[in-house]
Design a binder for this molecule. Structure first.
Ligand code: GSH
Length: 205
């Protein structure tokens, strides 16, 4: 199994999941310049990470990869438990992370792709930073009195953690969200998370 990623990007979610699974894999960092050219573009038509190569079977799109890893390794319980309710709850939060939170960061990190003028880019990013706070508030409320988004730890927790790292880097206002902060520290304390950070040359924040 090979995982293609950019340090600290959404591919860190899959890196954490692979560490939870605990089977051998190779982490292959892709350079920014390498994203949009061969050989990586042949694997990932959008020139985006994550991508995996499992013995010649290549796959992109984070949700599909996480589902693939979970189905291939059911003992790892990557979707928060065995019950339908636990797995559905994990998928719900995975959806929020991938479709709502992550897409909000596309307007922060990728404002220059969407708006020609610098003033427009700044306005778009500022609006998205405010929107991100509203989305984290939903997760913070849900996490009151619970350790994980679903019954047990799941890939949704890894995704929330990775985007919370981005929130801290982009100064998203997370004040008054103690449950989200505790969740972030819980993830930071996980040896699989620390191993993924170290392998990507990152430090805890
Ligand atoms: N819909 C894709 C989005 C992947 C994505 O946005 N990846 C980012 C890193 S977090 C990326 O590779 N960006 C580089 C680029 O688009 O140029 C997924 O869920 O896998």
């Amino acid at each position: 199994m090979k995982l293609y990623g950019l340090p600290g990007a959404c591919s860190l979610v899959d890196h954490i999941a692979l560490n939870w699974i605990g089977k051998p894999f190779e982490y292959i960092p892709v350079s920014r310049e390498g994203l949009k050219v061969a050989p990586f573009i042949d694997i990932s038509p959008l020139g985006a990470v994550p991508a995996i190569d499992d013995d010649g079977f290549t796959l992109t799109q984070n949700i599909a990869i996480l589902e693939y890893l979970a189905e291939k390794n059911p003992e790892a319980k990557l979707f928060g438990g065995d019950s339908l309710k636990a797995r559905s709850e994990a998928r719900r939060w995975l959806g929020l992370c991938n479709s709502d939170i992550h897409k909000t960061y596309t307007m922060i990190f990728g404002a220059a792709r969407l708006m020609a003028e610098k003033a427009g880019q700044d306005e778009l990013a500022a609006g998205a930073i405010k929107r991100a706070r509203d989305l984290y508030a939903v997760a913070d409320k849900h996490l009151a009195g619970r350790d994980w988004l679903s019954e047990g730890r799941s890939v949704a927790d890894a995704y929330l953690y990775v985007t919370t790292r981005w929130a801290k880097a982009k100064n998203v206002d997370l004040t008054g969200m103690p449950n989200l902060e505790a969740h972030f520290e819980r993830m930071n304390a996980d040896p699989a998370v620390q191993a993924a950070l170290a392998a990507e040359g990152l430090k805890s924040i």
